[in-house]
Design a protein around this ligand. Structure first.
Ligand SMILES: [Zn+2]
Ligand SMILES: [Zn+2]
Length: 138
């Protein structure tokens, strides 16, 4: 009996081919489509094809990915409910990315009128006001 090769083969089969579970829910794209997906399958698109939904063939996770053609910051966003992706609001995750990228929240309040959220570190405004009113994307 040759047990050694059998053990090696079995171990190989159980290695995850993707690294979806290790990824943050939102991150800046380093490549398109991102290399952590295994055999990404395009499921859907919106915004005239600029935002694309992919599924990882290994773990089945779905990711929304900005195409390179898109102006500004290209992000990769985890999608928990791919069936309702067309109406999925990705803004909160785009705000979160801006906050993550700048090291989180500060202890100061946002200076935008009538806004009482905490400002992003190094900014006078919260992520939402910075993004929506000042055009700060990252
Ligand atoms: Zn995966
Ligand atoms: Zn604000």
């Amino acid at each position: 009996m040759h047990n050694e090769p059998l053990v090696d083969n079995r171990r190989f089969l159980f290695v995850m081919k993707c690294s979806c579970t290790k990824q943050r829910d939102v991150q800046k794209l380093g490549e398109y489509p991102p290399g952590f997906l295994w055999r990404p399958k395009k499921l859907d698109s919106k915004v005239g094809g600029e935002v694309v939904l992919f599924r990882c063939a290994d773990c089945g996770a779905s990711w929304q990915i900005d195409r390179w053609a898109r102006d500004g910051v290209n992000l990769c966003v985890r999608v928990d409910d791919p069936d309702n992706w067309q109406t999925f609001d990705d803004k909160p995750l785009r705000y979160r990315y801006l906050e993550q990228n700048r090291g989180g929240k500060s202890t100061e309040r946002c200076r935008w009128q009538c806004c009482d959220k905490y400002a992003v570190k190094g900014l006078a405004f919260c992520a939402e006001c910075a993004f929506e009113k000042m055009g700060v994307l990252e």
